[in-house]
Design a protein around this ligand. Structure first.
Ligand code: LRH
Ligand code: MN
Ligand code: MN
Length: 389
């Protein structure tokens, strides 16, 4: 198929992208949560929509849940529902940022009672992992301060390290923890886990089953994200991506929309390190909100953007690249990458889908399927993604 080697094609076929349950609910800005007709009313219906994206794209067989946004009575029933729909439950995200008690932080809070409450929430998440078969606990903390002197930066790191080690110790042998970082927001003076270095320091102290999660929206403008990817892969500590696009801050726009070239450069590092294989331990997840566009088409577009960037990265002529690099031929080396990036891989992917019994154009297939009309008629009173709940 096209210029892809048989090996590259089989790697492309095994790539999977995990979808966030919250991408399917109503969302908005800090000014307004907008409503979209037909959005899911509960976690069961969010899973139905994930399964619909998977049926059409063939590459999204897992869903991330966020607790308590996706809290249900019976998690085993939720797991069975997912499996009946042909998908599984992937990462469990904790949430210690929407409770009055967490005003001054969660795991790094100066108040022992609140730290205990935040640890207990993570233990609940580990129970949810057991019931749903989820292998990964994802932690993102809103912890930080707004004013110099508000709290001790160093004491907060110590409290955080202690709380994380308690959570890590509660994991089963076949479970892992991924720690997400974010430059700023909601804290504006300092954030307790602001960068990959801080996340890595905590993960190294915890043990081998603690890894860094890289949200592409959580960096300063101009940050070379593929450098971070290469470094974490080198150290075996890249646990997962939260893919999305940013123009300014944590915009949560469709991955590959703002900067498809950056997505390609990231995937080039992944392919170069052999980290695309399903057993590489790197999770490819989306973390997005569709404020203006329809949710399901937004997720289809996102999955296709990741797939296209991956196909382009697989097209890189690695032998020619290595030769140009070894001989110091700067322009030829750059041209090898640009040739791959400039290739239109859409026909190749359409052909691949056709060979897998899928519609060549998943977006067109979805829009013609009647699914949107059906959920708009059936689902009345859909829920917010979480932010506006
Ligand atoms: C924080 C974040 C984190 C949360 C998600 C909803 O900005 O990226 O991953 O869990 O958004
Ligand atoms: Mn994220
Ligand atoms: Mn974010």
């Amino acid at each position: 198929m096209s210029d892809l080697s048989a090996e590259a094609l089989s790697l492309l076929q095994t790539q999977t992208i995990e979808l966030p349950s919250w991408a399917f609910g109503n969302s908005g800005t800090r000014f307004r949560v907008f409503t979209t007709a037909g959005v899911p009313r509960d976690p069961y219906e969010k899973i139905d929509d994930v399964a619909q994206v998977h049926r059409l794209t063939g590459v999204t067989p897992r869903v991330s849940l966020h607790i308590p946004w996706d809290r249900v009575e019976d998690y085993e029933a939720l797991r069975a529902h997912a499996e009946n729909q042909g998908v599984t439950i992937g990462t469990i995200n904790s949430n210690v940022f929407q409770d009055e008690d967490y005003k001054l932080g969660s795991l790094a809070n100066p108040d022992e009672r609140i730290r205990r409450k935040a640890v207990a929430h993570h233990l609940e998440c580990i129970d949810v992992m057991r019931a749903t078969g989820s292998p990964t606990l994802k932690i993102w903390l809103a912890d930080g301060t707004n004013y110099p002197g508000q709290d001790s930066i160093r004491a907060r790191q110590d409290r955080l390290a202690e709380a994380l080690s308690e959570i890590y110790a509660a994991l089963d042998e076949d479970q892992q923890l991924v720690l997400e970082y974010k430059l700023f927001e909601p804290s504006f003076y300092h954030t307790d886990v602001p960068d990959w270095g801080t996340s890595l320091v905590h993960c190294l102290a915890l043990g081998e089953r603690a890894k860094v999660v890289l949200d592409t929206g959580h960096h300063a403008p101009g940050t070379n994200i593929e450098f971070i990817v290469a470094q974490l892969l080198r150290l075996g500590r890249l646990g997962a991506f939260d893919f999305n696009s940013r123009f300014y801050a944590d915009d949560d726009l469709i991955v590959g929309a703002a900067d498809p070239f950056q997505l390609f450069r990231i995937m080039h590092e992944i392919v170069s390190a052999g980290a695309l294989a399903p057993d590489s331990g790197v999770g490819f997840m989306l973390d997005q909100c569709h404020n203006l566009e329809e949710k399901i088409p937004g997720e289809i577009r996102s999955a296709l953007n990741v797939q296209e960037a991956t196909a382009k990265a697989l097209l890189v002529d690695r032998e020619a690249l290595a030769a140009a690099q070894a001989s110091g031929d700067v322009l030829s080396a750059n041209a090898v990458l640009m040739d791959a990036y400039s290739t239109d891989v859409r026909p190749l992917l359409a052909e691949l889908r056709d060979s897998q019994g899928l519609a060549p154009d998943p977006m067109e297939a979805f829009l013609g399927s009647g699914y949107l009309e059906k959920i708009r008629a059936e689902r009345v009173g859909g829920t917010a993604a979480g932010w506006g709940a």
